[in-house]
Design a protein around this ligand. Structure first.
Ligand SMILES: *Cc1c(COP(=O)(O)O)cnc(C)c1O
Length: 342
């Protein structure tokens, strides 16, 4: 990947003259069966570009209550687009027609205009769950029938595609805009992309400029993304196998709770038994032993498998966690913080 970056052909992307970026945008648009695509600095940026494209100030979007857009983007829909966020209870992070029915506000001056439906695939805090294609179609058809635009937060969309057994073009049919991250499972240092129709992507490009995200010799990072699309997609199934191995290893450790059979992609959520100590303390103890897991607040932790973690690393991580649990960690200071809640 670094070699591809070093040797990338570049130009001024602000002028549309970076050949590597142009190739990447064309390639991803075609892959998803959409007309156009625009590179973005981060997944937050491409999500917010999508929201701004579809909504006006005073509009409302619907999203699962655990959604990244609702929780982890600094309040951006309100701050940068004047859009209110209506979160909907969603088991495993999945929105479905029965939970969405009745959530579109009546067209009346009292109410925000419900304008946009946002889904997440995989469902990150929902447990890294994967929508089936039928489910995507059902919700997407419902949104279209009810006059909503459809945006997909596909930070880990290729994990979903590999796990769900459908294609990028299959997913493309279900959404008006899709944001995909290169910096997660695909292993790039930075970058995301937004796909959609020509008009929407032209508007998104103007919005990207407004958000300070229009870059110059972007080919250096676009080359990393091209490399990842060629080399790092099919290997995602290794991350999923590793995640399942980690989950079954964790299930056998005294004081750890996990439903190992619910692991569907590269995210492994588990709980440390109350009374043993807090997630944040366990995470601190594990970090000292070289095992990085994210404390998610309270007793909950998240482990992520990725291209820098081998199957042997997973076995070692399980050993380290077992030892830590055996030794105890409740006397540890509560340093650092869970990124997600107190
Ligand atoms: C990581 C992530 C994003 C994008 O976050 P950035 O930090 O801006 O790259 C969006 N949605 C989900 C579900 C994510 O996990």
């Amino acid at each position: 990947m670094l070699q591809a970056m070093i040797t990338a052909e570049v130009g001024d992307d602000m002028l549309g003259e970076d050949p590597t970026v142009n190739r990447l945008e064309r390639f991803v648009a075609d892959m998803f069966g959409h007309e156009a695509a625009v590179f973005a600095c981060s997944g937050t940026q491409s999500n917010q570009m999508g929201i701004r494209v579809h909504c006006l100030p005073g509009d409302e979007l619907l999203i699962n209550e655990t959604g990244h857009i609702a929780n982890f983007e600094g309040g951006a829909p309100a701050a940068v687009s004047g859009v209110t966020v209506r979160t909907i209870e969603a088991p495993d992070g999945f929105l479905d027609v029965d939970s969405l029915e009745g959530k579109i506000r009546v067209n009346d001056q009292h109410f925000a205009r419900t304008r946009l439906l946002c889904l997440e695939n995989t469902t990150n805090l929902g447990g890294g769950q994967v929508y089936s294609l039928e489910h995507l179609h059902r919700v997407s058809d419902w949104a279209t029938t009810n006059g909503l635009k459809r945006h997909l937060d596909g930070a880990r969309l290729f994990n979903a595609i590999v796990s769900g057994g459908y294609s990028a073009a299959d997913v493309g049919k279900c959404f008006d805009t899709i944001s995909i991250c290169f910096s997660k499972g695909l292993g790039c240092p930075m970058g995301s992309i937004l796909v959609g129709n020509k008009e929407d992507i032209a508007r998104a490009r103007r919005i990207r400029r407004l958000f300070g995200g229009a870059l110059r010799q972007t080919g250096i990072v676009a080359a990393a993304a091209m490399y990842a699309l060629a080399n790092n997609i099919t290997r995602l199934k290794c991350d999923h196998v590793n995640a399942m191995q980690l989950a079954s290893g964790l299930a056998a450790i005294d004081g750890i709770h996990i439903e190992a059979n619910r692991v569907k992609s590269n995210l492994v959520f588990f709980e440390v038994e109350a009374g043993r100590g807090l997630a944040i303390q366990l995470a601190g103890a594990l970090k000292e032993q070289g095992v990085l897991v994210g404390p998610m607040g309270g007793q909950r932790l998240r482990a992520v498998t990725h291209l820098d973690a081998t199957t042997d690393d997973i076995a070692e991580a399980i050993d380290v966690i077992r030892l830590c649990m055996g030794r105890g960690f409740a006397d540890r200071p509560m340093v650092g913080r869970g990124p997600y809640s107190k």
